[in-house]
Write a protein that binds this ligand. Sequence first.
Ligand SMILES: [Mg+2]
Length: 343
Amino acid sequence: MSEKRTEIGEIGEFGLIDRLNEKIVIKHETTLKGVGDDAAVIACGEGKVKVVTTDLLMEGVHFDLSYAPLTHLGFKAVAVNVSDVAAMNAIPKHITVSIGISNRFSVEAVEALYAGINAAAEHYDVDVVGGDTTTSRAGLAISITAIGEAMEDQVVYRSGAKENDIICVTGDLGGAVVGLQVLEREKQVFMANPNMKPDLEKYTLVTARQLKPDARMDIIHELRDLEVVPTSMMDISDGLASELFHICKASKVGVTIYEDKLPIDQQTYSTAVELNLDPITCVLNGGEDYELLFTIKQEDFQKLEKHPDIHFIGHVTKEEEGKFLVTKSQTAVALKAQGWKHF
Ligand SMILES: [Mg+2]
């Protein structure tokens, strides 16, 4: 008798997560939100909550040390977790740092990694409060857990978007994936001819987007100052289209977004064209931008209208209306969620 074997590729990463989550039983009333949002939410009494999120970065999957400096990698590992805390409208306070490391790395190399972690801890005003270190047989692994604080009524979930809400994104999108393509191309050039010096000068913005992303805590503080609580929010780690699908699923709504409203930086655009990539595909499906995607009530629009770094890209519709992108030629095309695939 043969045991059933399902390949992970058959059900995909999200399919695997769904299948594992089915077996989780929540036992405590303090668990306000378990799996299924950017971070878990745990009640702490007096209307306060902690949010908890964790992320595992694997060498060869999430980063390539032939072009990712260890210091930047340390910074990024913290930033991606802070970004998930921000996505809950919470303030990060503590992180733990665990690493698996092989004897390929020197003490100085590990110190370089930690220099980036400590710089990010300073930048985001969080304390490093623990972690674990272990030997790895192959490659470097970094796992960071971030803990943030908020009042329960300030927490923003993916599930709160309502019909007619305005869809907002911060910053610009697509830069990180374009930066990754540039770095990959220069790596190939270098491997073919090690005497060639990589020419990255004109790509500094997009490569920085890939190597050293910044979580948008600035926006979270500004929203508080402007007294705007988004109706739903998440960070853009897998690509705008994929994240919109998550909000639609959690909120039971549809969306319409407009191509001419999507924020793209000039360097991202021109580099994408140079690499024969469609800039809009980079914006929709690129991922790793770590900007914020959120929805607001129409009545809050005026408070954000003049903000230089918040862009209004569309609106929330009824679930049965579906998910559409209106192109520059005024054609509505169905949005497709094509996030990355690591498996
Ligand atoms: Mg997230």
